[in-house]
Design a protein around this ligand. Structure first.
Ligand code: 1PZ
Length: 211
């Protein structure tokens, strides 16, 4: 259902988008460092990820709403702030880095979402015997669970039981084993520099990453 002759599958569109962002980062860094990633292209790439939720069934509707609302809030602020750096600088100045509704906090959560998918894809590709449920549970435990409340962790582990099978996921995504492997590997590779770039924005301002 995601197939489109012009644009390709959802996975290929996502991989393309993150390759573009990671190319921007690489080019920016090779031109003497201090590259500033803009919110607009970053949020556009992040919002593409939302379509993956559609292939997971309704159990992750709440995760989808959580993720997309945070991306949307960042996207709405794109004109005002321009770059990711500016968002964090502003919260640092107002002492609101970790505040409930801060954009710096939302950026941290979106970054964790990108990392969750990366870990999930890595697990998914590590062995054919891994069910989607196992691959997703392991990724979630590693990337997000440490920062989620007990109530959220409980809801997520209940939702995991409703995930489709590997084969059903591939069908939903309009991929074969081989094509999915290709696209997942491209995302795994391209998302890492983006995740690292975001982490550096925090680390360089002496903000820890333990939240
Ligand atoms: C095929 C993919 C299967 C992946 C399944 C992964 C399921 C993850 C479920 C996460 C549920 C999160 C529910 C709400 C969490 C909130 O408590 C936190 C903290 O929010 P804050 O207190 O800062 O306002 N929100 C988040 O961590 C943001 C949501 C992250 C979820 C990312 C999902 C990534 C995309 C998955 C791929 C489709």
């Amino acid at each position: 259902e995601f197939e489109d002759a012009e644009t390709g599958t959802a996975l290929s569109v996502i991989a393309d988008a993150f390759e573009e962002i990671s190319d921007l980062i690489k080019k920016g860094n090779s031109n003497g460092g201090s590259f500033e990633l803009r919110l607009k292209p970053f949020c556009d790439a992040c919002s593409l990820v939302s379509v993956l939720f559609g292939s997971l069934g309704i159990a992750f509707k709440f995760a989808e709403m959580e993720y997309t609302s945070k991306v949307r809030d960042l996207s709405d602020a794109a004109n005002l702030y321009g770059t990711l750096s500016k968002v964090i600088d502003c919260d640092v100045k107002n002492d609101s880095v970790k505040s409930a509704e801060s954009l710096t906090r939302k950026l941290r959560r979106v970054r964790q979402g990108l990392d969750l998918i990366r870990e999930l894809f890595l697990n998914f590709l590590s062995t054919d015997d891994y069910s989607l449920k196992e691959a997703a549970s392991t990724a979630y435990k590693q990337v997000c669970a440490p920062y989620h409340t007990w109530a959220v962790r409980t809801a997520v582990s209940a939702g995991m039981c409703a995930l489709p099978t590997r084969d059903q996921l591939l069908l939903n995504l309009n991929e074969t084993d081989e094509s999915a492997e290709d696209e997942m590997r491209r995302y795994i590779k391209a998302s890492l520099p983006v995740i690292k770039y975001i982490d550096n924005l925090y680390i360089s301002r002496a903000i820890t990453l333990d939240w």
